[in-house]
Design a protein around this ligand. Structure first.
Ligand code: ATP
Ligand code: MG
Length: 648
């Protein structure tokens, strides 16, 4: 079979092939990026079916994202000896998709897809209702973070009463968790985490059924095992208890989902958990050109908590990673789009390019540049659009009201930013009618508020008068400094949300507004972008397109040309990791380093790393990870910002 594969140009080295051939028992393939782990998994599956005559129905192949699963199946279509029929019978998918199939098969009523709480707002709604019982101030509480925490608990098989809260925020979230579950059950609904828990319980409580599945899924393979969490690992252990045929593949250096509960200890301790496991180490990198591998190796070597392994690049060349230093985030996006445009004009295919970023601020700048560039692009849609972020929407509401003082929709955002109760909105509206005044005037005439609020509201009409005269950046500054929302900005994103700060959103918004002279032009632009964003979201995925993606979402994928945005202190490593590091905890910074490693190792031929000299209105420092990589590893010609990308 190896010969048949190699005839098709699918080559293997000896270590890889030994892992392909070994199909019985526990097996661990622990290896660095681009070493062919995923190729081994797919080839091994094909080998079982085509060479060993194993029924494809007995095999499951699990991976982390739907995109990766799709790609696996696609790769396998060219493998010899696999009929379309057998490929169809093979179960390839994410944990969620596979577990869901099982659940829906056994109780289609209970697990009907219409009962799935798909959108975050549905879940948020449920805890918001509960928060009122508890007198939690809705406007101050980071509900999205609470949902992440609840999900984390569920994935650790912790029910509400098993939690020992560490602080007040956790105590509140624990309460919300309890209510969330009650409410969910009363609605007869389920969320994504319940798919995992449901499967866990199904097997735990029904031995006969478990036995059937143990027989049915005789061979289990899992890719990206470094990011498995407790409930997933427990189910897989149960499923393979009898057969012992569990093959796991991963790279501890690429564990980047700990905030969601994944735990690299499962891969690191696999050998101890299953002492008879066959262990395979792959140490050749077949993906990236030598200088890229050397750079990535240097970066990751600084992590202390890791299974040490050095990768040897198979592709030799002098395509050294490029550093470049745009003035700021805006110029960064402009330069990258220009560079990609040049390269496409010189014969490159859009799908050869990927731009990787950390946050949706970056996604915003890129989205806007690509939109006007006529280059086909596809945006990773896991993010909410920047302009629809809570804090941003609030500031935009002020600007919108400055243009149109009767904008009711924005009035409600304004009210919450000023800590005015939502039920007063009707009163404001009524006032504006009876007194024949604008909404802003009505705010200032509101009687049923606290004295300190009254004073603040009374100055609104004059403030809006000033607002109207300012250019958007100055207007945002004025809103921030003079209009009494400092507390609101400070509060947003602080409660339990370590990754985001409201004040950062305000800075990012100022950058977005920088090139506009008038507020109405800026708002018009924003609305255009929001509309385009929604349009893009509904579009079917275009294949021949530049991929814009978060680093997290790019895991497992590869591209001829990769760009990494914002390689500065505070972004990667992120501020939250730097804070932890200052307090003596280097766990988060090690995860950040792994993130950088994942980003770098996506590149096949060229890697371009952008270090904006200014970010959020302050001068920056180059990411410490680039210092780890050492100057000599970078292309010397590009250390200067004068160098124009694309000339090489
Ligand atoms: P990651 O850690 O990023 O998920 P991986 O270890 O899963 O990477 P693959 O994606 O399987 O790596 O392989 C990386 C690239 O190297 C692919 O393009 C694959 O086709 C190629 N490749 C793998 N093994 C060989 C080989 N023996 N000879 C030539 N090319 C190979
Ligand atoms: Mg892989």
């Amino acid at each position: 079979y190896r010969f048949a594969l190699e005839q098709k140009g699918i080559m293997f080295d000896e270590n890889q092939w030994s892992a392909v051939k070994n199909i019985e028992g526990h097996q661990l393939i622990l290896a660095g990026a681009g070493s062919g782990k995923t190729r081994v998994l797919t080839a091994r599956t094909a080998y079982m079916i085509a060479e060993k005559g194993i029924d494809p129905k007995e095999i499951i192949l699990v991976t982390f994202t739907a995109k990766a699963a799709k790609e696996m199946k696609e790769r396998m279509t060219i493998y010899p000896g696999l009929s379309p029929h057998s490929l169809q019978q093979l179960m390839v998918g994410t944990f969620h998709s596979i577990f869901y199939k099982i659940l829906a098969h056994h109780s289609p009523e209970k697990w009907h897809s219409s009962k799935l709480l798909k959108a975050n707002w549905q879940r948020e709604q449920m805890i918001k209702e509960a928060s009122r019982e508890m007198n939690i101030d809705e406007k101050d509480f980071a509900f999205d973070q609470a949902l992440t925490q609840i999900s984390w608990w569920k994935n650790h098989l912790l029910s509400p009463h098993q939690i020992k809260p560490k602080d007040q925020w956790e105590e509140q979230t624990q309460f919300l968790y309890e209510r969330y579950e009650e409410k969910r059950k009363s609605l007869d609904a389920f969320d994504f985490d319940d798919m995992l828990l449901g499967c866990y319980e199904l097997f735990k409580n029904n031995e006969a059924l478990l036995k059937r599945y143990q027989q049915r899924f005789h061979y289990v393979s899992i890719d990206e095992y470094q990011d498995i969490n407790k409930v997933q690992a427990d189910i897989m252990t149960m499923l393979t208890q009898k057969s012992g045929n569990l093959c796991v593949v991963g790279d501890d250096d690429q564990s980047i989902y700990s905030f969601r509960g994944s735990n690299p200890n499962y891969i690191l301790e696999f050998e101890h958990t299953f002492p008879t496991a066959n262990k395979v180490i792959l140490n050749q990198n077949y993906r990236s050109h030598h200088p890229i591998v050397a750079t990535a190796n240097k970066v990751i070597a600084k992590n202390r908590k890791r299974f040490s392994k050095e990768l040897i690049a198979q592709r030799n060349s002098d395509s050294y990673p490029l550093l470049f230093f745009p003035y700021d985030e805006e110029e960064e996006a402009t330069m990258i789009v220009q560079d990609i445009k040049n390269k496409i004009q010189n014969g490159g295919k859009p799908s050869d390019f990927s731009v990787l970023y950390r946050t949706n601020t970056h996604a915003r700048a890129l989205f806007e540049r690509f939109l006007y560039s006529n280059i086909p692009f596809s945006l990773d849609q896991s993010h909410e659009s920047f302009y629809q972020k809570k804090m941003v929407r609030k500031i935009l509401a002020f600007l919108r009201l400055a243009i149109n003082e009767d904008d009711m929709l924005s009035a409600s955002d304004l009210a919450s930013a000023l800590f005015i109760k939502q039920d007063l909105i009707q009163q404001i509206k009524a006032l504006s009618i009876t007194e024949n005044c604008t909404i802003i005037e009505a705010f200032s005439r509101l009687d049923s508020v606290m004295p300190f609020q009254k004073k603040r509201l009374q100055s609104l009409p004059a403030q809006f008068k000033t607002l109207k005269t300012l250019a958007p950046v100055q207007a945002i500054q004025f809103i921030e400094k003079e209009m009494g929302i400092k507390d609101y900005i400070k509060k947003q994103g602080n409660e339990g949300n370590k990754m985001e700060r409201g004040s950062d959103d305000v800075k990012d918004l100022k950058i977005a507004a920088k090139s506009f002279q008038s507020t109405s032009d800026f708002i018009e632009h924003v609305d255009h972008i929001i509309a385009k964003y929604e349009e893009q979201r509904k579009q079917p995925i275009i294949k021949e397109a530049v991929q814009l993606s978060t680093i997290h979402r790019a895991k497992g994928l590869e591209f001829l040309h990769v760009y990494i945005l914002g390689s500065v202190e505070g972004n990667i490593p992120h501020d939250y990791a730097l804070d932890a590091w200052r307090e003596g905890d280097d766990g988060p910074i090690e995860e950040e380093r792994r993130l950088m490693y994942v980003a770098m190792t996506r590149a096949i031929e060229s890697l371009t790393i952008s270090v904006p000299m200014n970010r959020r209105e302050a001068s920056t420092q180059k990411s410490r990870f680039l210092k780890d990589a050492q100057r000599k590893l970078f292309n010397p010609k590009t250390r200067d910002r004068q160098i124009i990308l694309g000339e090489k």
